[in-house]
Design a protein around this ligand. Structure first.
Ligand code: URA
Length: 180
Protein backbone atom coordinates (compact mmCIF):
# COMPACT_ATOMS: atom_id res chain seq x y z
CA UNK A 1 0.00 0.00 0.00
CA UNK A 2 2.76 2.45 0.93
CA UNK A 3 4.28 2.05 -2.48
CA UNK A 4 0.99 2.82 -4.21
CA UNK A 5 0.58 5.93 -2.08
CA UNK A 6 4.08 7.09 -2.97
CA UNK A 7 3.60 6.46 -6.68
CA UNK A 8 0.32 8.36 -6.64
CA UNK A 9 2.02 11.23 -4.82
CA UNK A 10 4.78 11.24 -7.43
CA UNK A 11 2.16 11.33 -10.18
CA UNK A 12 0.42 14.26 -8.50
CA UNK A 13 3.69 16.17 -8.28
CA UNK A 14 4.37 15.50 -11.93
CA UNK A 15 0.91 16.76 -12.83
CA UNK A 16 1.30 19.97 -10.85
CA UNK A 17 3.87 21.03 -13.44
CA UNK A 18 1.85 19.78 -16.43
CA UNK A 19 1.19 22.23 -19.23
CA UNK A 20 0.35 19.78 -21.98
CA UNK A 21 -2.89 21.68 -22.50
CA UNK A 22 -3.94 25.28 -21.74
CA UNK A 23 -6.19 24.38 -18.78
CA UNK A 24 -3.22 24.34 -16.40
CA UNK A 25 -3.11 28.12 -16.79
CA UNK A 26 -6.75 28.87 -16.00
CA UNK A 27 -7.39 26.39 -13.21
CA UNK A 28 -7.35 27.36 -9.54
CA UNK A 29 -6.39 23.89 -8.31
CA UNK A 30 -5.37 20.66 -9.89
CA UNK A 31 -8.05 18.08 -9.10
CA UNK A 32 -6.00 14.93 -8.93
CA UNK A 33 -8.37 12.42 -7.38
CA UNK A 34 -9.14 11.20 -3.92
CA UNK A 35 -9.99 8.14 -1.90
CA UNK A 36 -8.66 4.71 -1.10
CA UNK A 37 -5.48 3.93 -3.10
CA UNK A 38 -6.42 0.25 -2.85
CA UNK A 39 -10.05 0.70 -3.86
CA UNK A 40 -11.75 -2.13 -5.70
CA UNK A 41 -14.29 0.37 -7.02
CA UNK A 42 -13.31 3.55 -8.79
CA UNK A 43 -15.53 6.31 -10.13
CA UNK A 44 -14.37 8.18 -13.22
CA UNK A 45 -16.07 11.49 -13.98
CA UNK A 46 -15.57 14.05 -16.70
CA UNK A 47 -13.79 17.12 -15.39
CA UNK A 48 -13.73 19.37 -12.35
CA UNK A 49 -16.50 21.94 -12.04
CA UNK A 50 -16.38 25.22 -10.17
CA UNK A 51 -16.50 23.81 -6.63
CA UNK A 52 -13.94 21.14 -7.45
CA UNK A 53 -11.60 23.73 -8.99
CA UNK A 54 -11.86 25.89 -5.88
CA UNK A 55 -11.32 23.02 -3.44
CA UNK A 56 -8.97 20.77 -5.39
CA UNK A 57 -11.14 17.69 -4.81
CA UNK A 58 -13.39 15.82 -7.22
CA UNK A 59 -17.16 15.75 -6.77
CA UNK A 60 -17.55 18.15 -3.86
CA UNK A 61 -20.36 20.31 -5.29
CA UNK A 62 -24.02 19.43 -5.72
CA UNK A 63 -23.28 16.61 -8.15
CA UNK A 64 -20.76 15.39 -5.63
CA UNK A 65 -23.37 15.22 -2.90
CA UNK A 66 -25.46 13.05 -5.17
CA UNK A 67 -22.44 10.85 -5.89
CA UNK A 68 -21.89 10.47 -2.14
CA UNK A 69 -25.51 9.33 -1.81
CA UNK A 70 -25.02 6.81 -4.61
CA UNK A 71 -21.92 5.44 -2.89
CA UNK A 72 -23.77 5.16 0.41
CA UNK A 73 -26.77 3.57 -1.28
CA UNK A 74 -24.54 0.64 -2.27
CA UNK A 75 -23.30 0.28 1.31
CA UNK A 76 -19.92 2.01 0.95
CA UNK A 77 -18.35 5.25 2.11
CA UNK A 78 -16.55 7.80 -0.02
CA UNK A 79 -13.31 6.79 1.68
CA UNK A 80 -13.75 3.17 0.51
CA UNK A 81 -13.67 4.06 -3.18
CA UNK A 82 -11.42 6.15 -5.40
CA UNK A 83 -12.81 9.12 -7.31
CA UNK A 84 -11.11 10.80 -10.27
CA UNK A 85 -11.90 12.53 -13.54
CA UNK A 86 -10.79 12.32 -17.17
CA UNK A 87 -9.53 15.92 -17.00
CA UNK A 88 -7.72 17.11 -13.90
CA UNK A 89 -8.17 20.82 -14.59
CA UNK A 90 -11.48 22.67 -14.96
CA UNK A 91 -12.54 23.69 -18.46
CA UNK A 92 -13.59 27.37 -18.21
CA UNK A 93 -17.33 27.75 -17.73
CA UNK A 94 -17.71 23.96 -17.37
CA UNK A 95 -17.70 23.48 -21.12
CA UNK A 96 -17.14 19.95 -22.45
CA UNK A 97 -13.57 18.70 -22.51
CA UNK A 98 -11.98 19.33 -25.92
CA UNK A 99 -10.54 16.35 -27.80
CA UNK A 100 -6.99 17.68 -27.55
CA UNK A 101 -7.40 18.21 -23.80
CA UNK A 102 -8.55 14.61 -23.36
CA UNK A 103 -5.64 13.43 -25.46
CA UNK A 104 -3.20 15.42 -23.34
CA UNK A 105 -4.67 14.33 -19.99
CA UNK A 106 -5.87 10.75 -20.48
CA UNK A 107 -2.49 9.28 -19.58
CA UNK A 108 -3.00 10.51 -16.02
CA UNK A 109 -6.27 8.61 -15.52
CA UNK A 110 -4.74 5.52 -17.12
CA UNK A 111 -1.79 5.76 -14.75
CA UNK A 112 -4.12 6.08 -11.76
CA UNK A 113 -5.92 2.95 -12.93
CA UNK A 114 -2.60 1.12 -13.25
CA UNK A 115 -1.56 2.11 -9.74
CA UNK A 116 -4.88 1.59 -7.95
CA UNK A 117 -5.90 -1.52 -9.91
CA UNK A 118 -9.63 -1.35 -9.19
CA UNK A 119 -11.74 -4.31 -10.24
CA UNK A 120 -14.72 -2.20 -11.18
CA UNK A 121 -14.79 1.28 -12.70
CA UNK A 122 -18.05 3.18 -12.74
CA UNK A 123 -17.77 5.62 -15.63
CA UNK A 124 -19.92 8.70 -15.08
CA UNK A 125 -21.13 9.95 -18.44
CA UNK A 126 -19.95 9.98 -22.02
CA UNK A 127 -16.38 11.12 -21.71
CA UNK A 128 -15.12 8.56 -19.21
CA UNK A 129 -17.20 5.81 -20.79
CA UNK A 130 -15.88 6.39 -24.30
CA UNK A 131 -12.31 6.87 -23.15
CA UNK A 132 -12.12 3.74 -21.03
CA UNK A 133 -14.20 1.48 -23.26
CA UNK A 134 -12.39 2.64 -26.37
CA UNK A 135 -15.76 2.57 -28.10
CA UNK A 136 -17.88 5.37 -29.50
CA UNK A 137 -21.14 4.30 -27.83
CA UNK A 138 -22.65 6.97 -25.62
CA UNK A 139 -23.98 6.71 -22.12
CA UNK A 140 -27.66 6.62 -23.14
CA UNK A 141 -27.00 3.42 -25.00
CA UNK A 142 -24.65 1.63 -22.60
CA UNK A 143 -25.63 2.77 -19.07
CA UNK A 144 -26.48 0.15 -16.46
CA UNK A 145 -24.76 -2.76 -18.15
CA UNK A 146 -21.31 -4.01 -17.14
CA UNK A 147 -18.72 -4.41 -19.88
CA UNK A 148 -15.21 -5.76 -19.85
CA UNK A 149 -12.39 -3.56 -21.02
CA UNK A 150 -8.64 -3.81 -21.15
CA UNK A 151 -7.03 -0.79 -19.52
CA UNK A 152 -3.27 -0.61 -19.28
CA UNK A 153 -3.00 -4.31 -20.11
CA UNK A 154 -5.38 -5.25 -17.27
CA UNK A 155 -8.90 -6.47 -17.57
CA UNK A 156 -11.42 -4.33 -15.68
CA UNK A 157 -15.17 -4.26 -15.55
CA UNK A 158 -16.69 -0.95 -16.56
CA UNK A 159 -20.07 0.04 -15.28
CA UNK A 160 -21.30 3.14 -17.11
CA UNK A 161 -23.88 5.33 -15.38
CA UNK A 162 -25.37 8.76 -16.03
CA UNK A 163 -23.33 11.59 -14.58
CA UNK A 164 -24.85 12.88 -11.33
CA UNK A 165 -24.82 16.48 -12.60
CA UNK A 166 -27.08 15.54 -15.52
CA UNK A 167 -29.42 13.66 -13.19
CA UNK A 168 -29.81 16.81 -11.09
CA UNK A 169 -31.22 18.63 -14.09
CA UNK A 170 -33.28 15.84 -15.61
CA UNK A 171 -35.58 14.14 -13.13
CA UNK A 172 -36.11 11.07 -15.28
CA UNK A 173 -32.37 10.47 -15.34
CA UNK A 174 -32.31 10.40 -11.55
CA UNK A 175 -34.67 7.44 -11.56
CA UNK A 176 -32.52 5.64 -14.10
CA UNK A 177 -29.43 6.34 -12.03
CA UNK A 178 -31.09 4.82 -8.98
CA UNK A 179 -32.05 1.73 -10.96
CA UNK A 180 -28.57 1.33 -12.39
N1 URA B 1 -18.60 16.37 -12.42
C1 URA B 1 -17.54 15.66 -12.82
O1 URA B 1 -17.53 15.02 -13.85
N2 URA B 1 -16.46 15.68 -12.02
C2 URA B 1 -16.40 16.35 -10.86
O2 URA B 1 -15.38 16.31 -10.20
C3 URA B 1 -17.55 17.08 -10.48
C4 URA B 1 -18.63 17.08 -11.27
Amino acid sequence: KEERVQMLEALRNEMLACHKCPLGKTRTHLVFGTGNPEAQLMFAGEAPGRDEDLQGEPFVGRAGQLLTKIIEAIGLKRSDVYIANVLKCRPPGNRDPAPDEIEACERHLFRQLELIEPRLVATLGNFATKLLSGKPHGITRVHGAPQTATVGGRSVTLYPIFPPAAALYTRSMLGVLEQD
